[in-house]
Design a protein around this ligand. Structure first.
Ligand SMILES: NC(=O)c1ccc[n+]([C@@H]2O[C@H](COP(=O)([O-])OP(=O)(O)OC[C@H]3O[C@@H](n4cnc5c(N)ncnc54)[C@H](OP(=O)(O)O)[C@@H]3O)[C@@H](O)[C@H]2O)c1
Length: 293
């Protein structure tokens, strides 16, 4: 299977490198292109055998499975450029959450999938979120998931939960890293521990916690209960966090969903010159009242 990539920015190049490093794909079976072609050429220099296509059309015509890794508002131009070349046997994968399956099915004759990767895939970890259009048959889904499972845990989600699932899986590493950074900064300034030592301790702790929550069989609640013995220090710390942080997560979700709505509206306008209010509301409705103390 020949795997193509249009867009070798942050996520496109991460996916290419990760697929190749994991052995999921040989460089000879990768064709990649990018608006600024030097970025694709750099990948070819690092992975001999990888073919650089000089245009989106060239990449599209050579790939059985084509990842489109451009930003939401860049998507329509790419689609318009390649649509006449595509065939019903090809699989097109969008990694962009506000570009909906129906946007692509309306314009392309191929099988359509949406896959939301995560920076965690770079270390062969974390999830890839999978959403399929009707033309993706069971064997197509299996073929794609076989590839994704070499670098991640492919998890099927419904399109209406794309945003919240992406918040958890793809934005999550940044949010968690922010929390850890703030914890380290407080530790350094309050106690004088070196930043290097605090960072090492927090990073090892994060890795171990991830393992406990996946392979270790703990739920987040069970893990807190296990560590926080009654009357102990952890319990006091958790009490402060419950008081101070609970509503932050609601604000976070409200903010990411508002940005998503904005992006969706712009993409709708780019694709169809209209906006689909009812559908958009259905995609983004969730309870806003934080059940916080
Ligand atoms: N960052 C994440 O963790 C993450 C996770 C999941 C999904 N995503 C999604 O992935 C998508 C890409 O994000 P990114 O962070 O990789 O963005 P990025 O670093 O800006 O990469 C986009 C790439 O697309 C290229 N491009 C733009 N228009 C093009 C065209 N017409 N033809 C060919 N190439 C073109 C750009 O080329 P130039 O070099 O010329 O600019 C750039 O290299 C976004 O929709 C984002 O939402 C991101």
């Amino acid at each position: 299977m020949r795997v193509g990539f249009i867009g070798t920015g942050s996520m496109g190049s991460m996916l290419i490198e990760t697929f190749i490093r994991s052995g999921a794909v040989n460089p000879e079976n990768v064709v990649a292109t990018n608006r600024t072609i030097a970025k694709a050429e750099l990948l070819a220099a690092n992975y001999p055998g990888l073919q650089v296509a000089r245009s989106n059309k060239e990449a599209a015509s050579q790939a059985d499975l084509l990842f489109i890794c451009v930003k939401p508002l860049e998507f329509k131009d790419v689609i318009e450029e390649i649509q006449a070349l595509l065939t019903p046997e090809q699989i097109i994968v969008s990694i962009t959450s506000p570009v909906l399956i129906r946007h692509l099915e309306a314009l392309l004759p191929c099988k359509i999938a949406k896959v939301i990767p995560s920076i965690t895939n770079h270390v062969l970890s974390g999830a890839t979120l999978c959403i399929y259009g009707d033309r993706m048959k069971a064997e197509d889904q299996k073929r794609l998931e076989n590839l994704l499972s070499r670098v991640s845990a492919p998890i099927r989600i419904s399109e209406e939960h794309t945003r919240i699932s992406s918040d958890l899986s793809s934005c999550g590493p940044a949010f968690l890293a922010f929390f850890i950074q703030k914890y380290i900064q407080a530790a350094v300034s309050a106690t004088g521990i070196s930043e290097e030592e605090a960072t090492r301790l927090a990073s090892e702790m994060t890795l171990g916690t991830g393992k406990l929550l996946t392979d270790g069989g703990f739920t987040p609640a069970a893990l807190q209960q296990r560590v926080a013995v009654p009357g102990g220090i952890t319990e006091e710390g958790l009490r402060i966090m419950e008081k101070e942080l609970c509503s932050v997560f609601y604000d976070l979700i409200r903010t990411t969903h508002a940005k998503y709505e904005e992006d969706l509206e712009k993409v709708e306008a780019r694709f169809f010159g209209t906006k689909a209010d009812e559908e958009r509301d259905a995609f983004t409705s969730f309870p806003y009242e934080p059940p916080c103390p």
